[in-house]
Design a protein around this ligand. Structure first.
Ligand SMILES: NC(=O)c1ccc[n+]([C@@H]2O[C@H](COP(=O)([O-])OP(=O)(O)OC[C@H]3O[C@@H](n4cnc5c(N)ncnc54)[C@H](O)[C@@H]3O)[C@@H](O)[C@H]2O)c1
Length: 315
């Protein structure tokens, strides 16, 4: 099998796991790690003896075909912009960029045949393949309550909790609902950092169809769930415990089932390499990333103006 020559940008908290996958997969060859913090280089050279370790990628362009961007979000735009211009395939962690206008700019620069996948890894939960969920998402009367709460970790505090955590559920919402919300309204607090640490945003699809996403990074109790309520009953999906509970109004029965826990980064990378090798669309496209960043931005605008926002996806 042809191996894709891969460069990893950013060997930090998440980058180290991406490096392991790129090294271990039969579809890829990890040829380059770009990490500006040179004090880590000796350790990296020991762990990846076959891989070149550098502080800057300039001068190494010809050595790789695909890039994994796992740097802090503020670097995503400039790196992607430069790598698109020289024809590289790109996997970029979420959020694809810090602002909506940057994300739109990348979408206009991307050339036909160039694969661009965004790291919205929460799509990899096996539970989303459960066909019983379809009728809930299609229901015209539906309330979805989502919560993603983590303890304070003093990590990723350069971005607010909407960019860091809510974006996972925003992407899931757009993907699972297969339609776009008409308006949103947010409420939030700055508790531990200079940015928003605790935010609740309500997305309205129609007066009878709403999604409320509540995220926090100051939680007493960690939780990560989706709760769907319709006339048919209720579904509770626990993304931390990999569990799904149904309550069916017609049969008046309830059930609890576990679902298989999967390696999301591995699935994402396999899908990325398959798109390059087979010339098929990636599992999360650049436009998916653009839409998620748009809703992040409008959710933050609603916090600043303390009012609802009408949505207009300019694409
Ligand atoms: N999908 C997920 O669930 C998930 C989870 C965590 C983080 N992330 C995303 O991954 C990205 C990285 O997060 P992290 O927590 O690993 O950050 P981190 O700060 O731990 O690591 C980032 C690394 O990138 C390096 N770096 C900075 N500028 C660079 C450049 N120009 N070129 C190459 N390397 C550079 C830094 O030195 C650092 O080692 C963020 O965009 C974050 O949102 C996604």
């Amino acid at each position: 099998m042809k191996k894709i020559k891969v460069a990893l940008f950013g060997h930090g908290f998440l980058g180290k796991w991406h490096a392991e996958k790129a090294k271990g997969l039969e579809e890829s060859e990890l040829v380059l790690i770009v990490e500006p913090q040179f004090q880590n280089h000796e350790d990296l050279k020991r762990r990846y003896p076959e891989t070149e370790i550098v502080t800057s990628w300039q001068g190494h362009e010809s050595k790789f075909e695909a890039a994994l961007i796992v740097t802090p979000t503020s670097f995503h735009f400039q790196l992607c912009h430069e790598l698109i211009a020289i024809g590289k395939h790109i996997f970029c962690e979420k959020p694809v960029t810090s602002t909506y206008s940057e994300a739109l700019k990348l979408s206009r620069e991307l050339k036909p045949g160039q694969v661009f996948q965004v790291g919205h890894s929460e799509r990899c939960h096996k539970v989303w393949e459960d066909v019983r969920l379809k009728k809930f998402f299609k229901s015209s009367e539906l309330l979805i309550e989502v919560s993603r709460q983590s303890a304070f970790k003093a990590r990723a505090t350069d971005v607010d909790v909407v960019q860091d955590l809510m974006i996972h559920d925003i992407d899931l919402m757009l993907w699972l609902m297969e339609e776009k919300p008409k308006s949103l309204s947010s409420l939030g607090f700055k508790i531990r950092t200079q940015t928003w640490d605790h935010v609740k945003t309500q997305f309205e699809f129609s007066p009878q169809k709403r999604v409320e996403i509540h995220v926090g990074r100051n939680a007493a109790c960690e939780e990560r769930y989706w709760k769907l309520t319709s006339k048919d009953g209720q579904v509770f999906i626990d993304l931390l415990r990999n569990e799904i509970r149904f309550s069916d109004n017609k049969t008046e029965t309830t059930s609890v089932e576990s679902y298989e826990k999967r390696d999301h980064l591995l699935l994402e990378q396999k899908s990325f390499y398959k798109s390059i090798l087979s010339n098929i669309p990636p599992m999360v496209s650049l436009m998916d990333g653009v839409r998620a960043v748009y809703l992040v931005e409008e959710s933050l605008n609603s916090l600043i103006s303390s009012g609802p926002k009408k949505l207009d996806f300019r694409e």
